[in-house]
Design a protein around this ligand. Structure first.
Ligand SMILES: C[S@@+](CC[C@H](N)C(=O)[O-])C[C@H]1O[C@@H](n2cnc3c(N)ncnc32)[C@H](O)[C@@H]1O
Length: 295
């Protein structure tokens, strides 16, 4: 079945943790995918890890409330090994603000505090690339995410996720019914369009191909559509080169398998330099011609 519906959230995690996910959803995923090692980089109240441990799956839970920023810190490095399944459940749409509200103090890295939808889409892409990097080839990474209608605008976070990841790795899109939403109590009788009562579970299967090949394929898919993608390509490529590189090595890595049109025209090198120069929060010059990811 590609539709999951669990009214009961089960005994796992904390029922008082806003925006938590039913443990039965994770149980279903684990039963289907049979991971030996599982990671949740946004573990919240711990639902997923508790279910995994009960099923004798080696499980790791990370979260910004422990100081781990999934958009910036390497999941692979933190866990120390590749996993068979890496699933996140990010906050989206600013419906629930976590840092400074559900826990601790306000943290600008908190995905529920993004300044715009574009900011969120770009950061979540980094999280997904990070998850992918922590996944064994042939195994699965994914996210649980909904859409949001706000001030008359429908924002499809799931569609953005699918558009920003390698399409050759997309493996499944499941629908998960949402129960006990806070807004259930309000009256939506006069609305023409239905209130959103579902989330998506998006799963990708990591191909056994070099990361750089897939990332440059990604550039090919998105070049005409998403201007922000260039920033993430440069960051991911630098990351693949150990977080720091001289320009010639960086060009070589980006050019490998680049679209023919791009490879024939040297102006893309200017684009790479422009991205490096114009994004000081992401990249910093280390010495002349050598660039690093900003810590
Ligand atoms: C929807 S909740 C996860 C709930 C969890 N599935 C549960 O059942 O308890 C989203 C979580 O993402 C975390 N988060 C937000 N931004 C993050 C970031 N940049 N890195 C890691 N975790 C983050 C929040 O602290 C919050 O705990």
């Amino acid at each position: 079945m590609s539709i999951l519906s669990f009214k009961d959230r089960g005994k796992w995690g904390k029922s008082g943790w806003r925006g938590n996910c039913s443990g039965h959803v994770y149980k279903e995923l684990f039963t289907r995918l049979q991971p030996k090692v599982f990671v949740d980089p946004m573990v919240g109240s711990g639902t997923s890890v508790e279910v995994a441990q009960e099923m004798n799956i080696e499980a790791y839970g990370l979260d910004l409330h422990q100081g781990f920023n999934a958009a910036n810190d390497s999941i692979l490095e933190k866990v120390g090994k590749e996993a068979d399944l890496v699933v996140s459940h990010p906050p989206y749409g600013g419906m629930i603000v976590y840092s400074g509200n559900v826990w601790g103090e306000a943290n600008p890295a908190d995905l529920s505090r993004c300044v715009s939808d574009e900011d969120f889409h770009e950061k979540l892409q980094l999280v997904l690339l990070n998850q992918r990097n922590a996944t064994k080839a042939g195994q699965y990474y994914g996210t649980i995410i909904g859409d949001w209608r706000h001030k008359g605008e429908y924002v499809s976070y799931q569609a953005e996720c699918i558009a920003r990841m390698p399409k050759e790795e997309l493996a499944a899109v499941l629908i998960k019914a949402q129960h006990n939403c806070q807004s259930d109590s309000k009256s939506y009788g006069s609305m023409k369009l239905p209130f959103i009562l579902h989330e998506y579970i998006l799963l990708w299967k990591k191909k056994d191909a070099p990361t750089l090949v897939l990332l440059t394929n990604l550039a090919r898919q998105q070049y005409s559509r998403l201007s922000g993608t260039w920033k993430n390509i440069v960051k991911s490529t630098l990351s693949g080169l150990g977080g720091q590189s001289d320009l010639s090595r960086l060009y070589e890595a980006v050019a490998k398998n680049a679209p023919q049109k791009l490879a024939e025209n040297d102006s893309w090198k200017e684009k790479v330099r422009q991205v490096l120069n114009q994004n000081p929060s992401m990249f910093k010059p280390v010495e002349r011609g050598v660039w690093a990811i900003t810590a």
